[in-house]
Design a protein around this ligand. Structure first.
Ligand code: GAL
Length: 975
């Protein structure tokens, strides 16, 4: 049976061969973006071509914006699946129900459109298959959604009333090659452009610009389909195309993205060139650029915008690159397809190493043991080669692109080898990546995703065995640290490995941005919210940024973990050791500063210095004279001025910071690049509030500022503040995506186990209330129904008349050795009017394995602002190392002060854990009449089990006998 064009395996017909993409030439250009006429049909009616004929009246049709996806413009709905094809797997056939969008655009040529020469019509991205007509004449069809496709249209153009007709099928044989983990979003989602092609215009060209680090010279050769001249005025270069020239240059790197402006001039066109000289090679088993090994501090980036899907405008692209740079990210893998071409211009300009990935994934074939996998079926090879060629030809002139990736999760097969051979032949100047073939037969590096720390260490030590060829290769984690929901945990531990073993050349966090789609009722929608019959829920929200690109705590953590400067402090000698961790750059772009604080606000980069009772404590700061010429890998030791004397119960901290000292194209002056905090003095012991005797009247018992109910042993009020809920033991947290884990992960998934055990429904049995001598002692047994597991918990209250101390002692009973606790602490409820918190401890969200970025200081916030808005609500917002916290009604209103002994994890929220746990979207959460305060002695780590290893053993929270205390006092209004 002959299949229609959208179902046959061919890449398309009628188009021009792929070539280099460029913008800004002096040839005329007519963008065809904007409003197009649109009609949606339920099936791929390939017969009815009437709409493409001249004179067709589409006045009654709807309109859509191009670039865009019709499913995000009121026609049909998006579908999210991770690896499952949302249609029966019967390649290359697709369902009869195949939403098909007919698009029509009428245009006139501008008055000054040149009469001579030809014209090319370019589509930068259409999902998933298109057939095109101009003025009634069929031009051809194509597949390859995130790749450019061009047609020669010169003779068909007329000055006025041109009609461009594009029929787009959601499903095609190409869909089998595009099974990436993301929304399925049909439409013309990238630019459509008409390009004038003068006689003698530039065709394809290939800029070869290498750098020889031994003598500091660059060699430039521009091969051009149409001969011409290449000029680079700054370098005095004026040569013919195809001719090599060697001159002294500054090299291009992600850290110092030095570009030289040039021009390629053929008889008919002048094309601007942005030339970066650099040489990429594997030398002695290491990926090097310009002779130096590089360490990827990378991120995987899908193209995504919460309103426009994969139609991503220039502002979003620039914002992405800037945000990456501002967070110390130096590399991006364009998962899992070539991005909009302008994105790579930004990577060249602002400086990011790029792994440019081909638009290819056949993941859904795993369900059939890879049987029928197109990458191992010769009939599909032309389609694969077409994709490889379109990727390489389009992007080959970008210095930032240093690695080509064949695609993602396709298993193995001869089609991949054919692609690799073609790429190597066409572009020997770059390296090849592909993760899915453990033999590494076609690649220059060994790449894995989500390997755990222990395995990565074995690979670093070269103890991982494996095929001969692989053993000699450098290693990268093309994906790691799954940033779904709260997390990822364990980043520092990976980074330590990367910095220890030279074979480990870093990795790329999965992934950059949550793909939550803006939704009127749900806030951000994820899989299943559009009624999909098959979907993968919120697995699509796994980014370091929220959908609106607000950095998540995961991104802030990553920034710190990969900061290019390491600080070490020796309190004994008062010296600091500063190490340059850049791969290429010295430290001349940074200014360093030291600050001592005495239980007070931190220095640069800190949000607020709240003032109040301790805001006026002494502090001192000054510049740290780090030699600007300190090279990569070098260290310097510097003596610091003596710290100020700490008084009374205050403690002294040293804060070190490195800031941008000259504004750059991505960073403002004083942007904080790296920092570290060190304790200078130990925390003074917390005085034990005791001595006062409990006084009883009826069922009321008073102890210092506390009023208790003697029947329950519960604290009812603190001074004038009536508690909504008395402090009591709490072990439950709303499981994070990482607690829940992914079903395919080998480690135990504790989130589901917690629920089975009933940790979310612990009951508190009162065993005795005893008021004698100086203490009120309340004995309880905390346990879930149907189990014999329990936590014997004793609360011992004492007071010195002003402060009220609660000492908690916990003794596990039964077998707790198979399940860690989510948290261990007390929870209390305060009236909702108490809506503001001050605390001395870590600033932002932190958990045991996500606390690298936590900055020690005095912080202040509205309780509502302490919530991290994960798209699917879950445990969030804990602050680490908190010495004391104050909760007040507004600025300076009355409230409660808590001092921890020892320091504690502090969380406050306007809703309960139970509400948080029940919510599926942010919009399910509304503040109630209680502010819930968690004072935790322990928190379980976060890990990355939503698609990776779980919590490392040292960050687990096992149930063990524990003692901890809090001292409560009344915070008077106005102080
Ligand atoms: C990887 C895959 C990504 C994404 C990720 C989990 O296996 O390459 O596309 O699915 O897992 O979010």
């Amino acid at each position: 049976m002959e299949l229609p064009y959208h179902e046959d395996v061919s890449p398309g017909s009628g188009g021009l061969p792929p070539r280099a993409w460029y913008a800004g030439s002096d040839a005329a250009v007519l963008p065809l973006n904007g409003s197009w006429r649109f009609r949606l049909s339920p099936g791929a009616d390939t017969e009815d071509e009437a709409f493409a004929a001249d004179g067709f009246d589409a006045a009654a049709w709807d309109e859509v914006v191009v670039p865009g996806h019709w499913v995000l413009q009121g026609h049909g709905a998006p579908v999210y699946t991770n690896q499952s094809y949302p249609f029966p797997v019967d390649p290359p056939r697709v369902p009869t129900e195949n939403p098909t969008g007919d698009h029509l655009r009428c245009f006139d040529l501008p008055a000054d459109w040149p009469a001579d020469g030809g014209a090319t019509l370019r589509f930068d991205g259409v999902e998933s298959c298109a057939r095109v007509w101009l003025n009634g004449t069929p031009l051809g069809d194509f597949k390859g959604s995130r790749l450019p496709h061009e047609f020669a249209v010169g003779p068909l153009l007329r000055p006025r009333d041109n009609v461009l007709a594009v029929r787009v099928h959601q499903w095609s044989s190409g869909s089998y090659l595009e099974d990436q983990d993301q929304w399925w979003l049909p439409g013309i989602f990238r630019d459509v452009t008409l390009l004038h092609r003068p006689e003698g215009a530039v065709g394809d060209f290939f800029t070869h610009a290498s750098y020889d680090h031994r003598d500091g010279t660059g060699t430039l050769r521009v091969d051009s389909e149409v001969a011409g001249r290449v000029t680079v005025p700054e370098l005095g270069i004026d040569v013919a195309t195809g001719e090599s020239v060697t001159v002294a240059v500054e090299p291009w790197s992600a850290e110092r993205p030095r570009l030289y402006d040039g021009v390629l001039a053929t008889p008919g066109e002048r094309v601007p060139l942005r030339i970066g000289f650099r040489t990429v090679a594997v030398v002695d088993g290491l990926i090097t650029v310009n002779g130096r090994p590089v360490l990827f501090r990378g991120v995987n980036r899908h193209e995504f915008h919460p309103e426009t899907g994969r139609a991503v405008g220039p502002d979003t692209m620039r914002a992405d690159v800037r945000l990456m740079k501002l967070h110390n990210i130096n590399a991006v893998r364009t998962s899992h397809y070539p991005p909009h071409p302008a994105f790579l211009d930004l990577c060249d300009e602002l400086g990011l190493w790029v792994i440019d990935e081909c638009d290819l994934e056949t993941h859904g074939f795993t369900a059939r043991g890879w049987e029928g996998n197109p990458v191992d079926d010769a009939r599909w090879t032309p389609a694969l080669l077409d994709r490889a060629e379109r990727t390489v030809e389009r992007d080959k002139n970008h210095p930032s692109v240093i690695v080509w990736s064949l695609g993602n999760e396709c298993g193995t097969g001869r089609g991949l080898t054919a692609m690799a051979e073609w790429i190597r032949d066409r572009d020997p100047g770059r390296l090849l990546h592909y993760e899915g073939d453990p033999s590494c037969a076609d690649t220059d590096m060994y790449s894995r995703m989500y390997a755990d720390h222990a395995e990565v260490e074995r690979i670093g030590r070269r103890e991982d065995g494996g095929p001969e060829r692989r053993r000699g290769l450098p290693f990268i984690l093309c994906e790691y640290a799954h940033a779904m929901g709260n997390g990822p945990g364990g980043l520092s531990d990976y980074q330590r490995l990367f910095e220890t073993y030279e074979r480990l050349q870093g990795g790329f966090v999965w992934e950059w941005v949550d793909h939550g789609l803006k939704h009127p009722q749900l806030g951000y929608a994820y899989g299943g919210d559009f009624g999909e019959e098959l979907h993968d829920g919120n697995f699509v929200c796994d980014g370091l940024c929220f959908p609106d690109r607000m950095p998540s705590p995961g991104l802030v953590e990553y920034k710190r973990v990969i900061q290019p400067v390491r600080f070490a402090y020796d309190a004994g000698t008062g010296t600091v050791r500063v190490t340059n961790l850049y791969d290429v750059a010295d430290l001349s772009e940074l200014a360093f500063e030291w600050t001592y604080t005495v239980d007070g606000p931190v220095g640069p980069g800190g949000p607020l210095a709240p003032g109040g009772p301790r805001g006026d404590t002494p502090s001192a700061s000054g510049p740290l004279d780090v030699p600007p010429e300190l090279g990569p890998g070098e260290s310097v030791e510097l003596k610091l001025p003596d710290p100020p004397a700490a008084a009374g119960d205050a403690e002294t901290w040293l804060h070190l910071s490195a800031m941008v000292c000259e504004e750059t194209n991505w960073a403002p002056l004083d942007h904080l690049v790296a920092c570290a905090d060190f304790p200078v003095t130990a925390r003074p012991p917390v005085p034990v509030a005791a001595g006062e005797r409990p006084r009883r009247r009826g069922y009321d018992l008073t102890l210092g500022p506390g009023r208790f109910d003697v029947r329950t042993g519960e604290l009812r009020a603190l001074g004038d503040i009536a508690l909504k809920s008395a402090p009591r033991l709490d072990v439950w947290r709303a499981p994070t995506d990482n607690d829940d884990g992914a079903p395919w992960q080998p480690d135990t998934r504790y989130g589901p186990l917690w629920r089975t055990l009933g940790l979310h429904r612990m009951r508190h049995r009162l065993d005795g209330v005893q008021a004698d001598g100086e203490a009120l002692t309340v004995r309880t047994r905390v346990a879930p129904a149907a189990r014999d597991l329990a936590l014997r918990t004793v609360y011992r209250w004492t007071s010195d008349g002003t402060a009220l101390r609660l000492a908690v002692s916990v003794t596990p009973e039964g077998r707790w050795d198979e399940v860690p606790l989510p948290r261990l602490g007390v929870r209390l409820g305060l009236p909702a009017a108490i809506d503001r918190a001050d605390w001395f401890g870590g600033d932002g969200e932190a958990y045991p394995d996500t606390r690298a970025a936590s900055r020690m200081g005095w912080w202040s916030s509205w309780v509502e602002r302490m919530q991290t808005p994960y798209v699917r609500p879950q445990e969030n917002g804990a602050r680490a190392d908190v010495r004391w916290a104050e909760l007040r009604a507004g600025f300076g209103g009355p409230g409660v002060r808590v001092v921890g002994d020892p320091a504690f994890w502090f969380t406050a929220r306007p809703w309960s854990t139970e509400e948080l746990d029940a919510a599926t979207h942010r919009t399910d959460l509304t503040p109630g009449d209680t502010v819930w305060v968690h004072l935790d002695h322990g928190q379980r780590g976060i890990g990355s089990q939503s698609c990776g290893p779980g919590v490392l053993p040292r960050y687990e929270l096992w149930a063990e006998p524990a003692e901890f205390a809090f001292t409560f006092s009344v915070a008077e209004a106005g102080r």
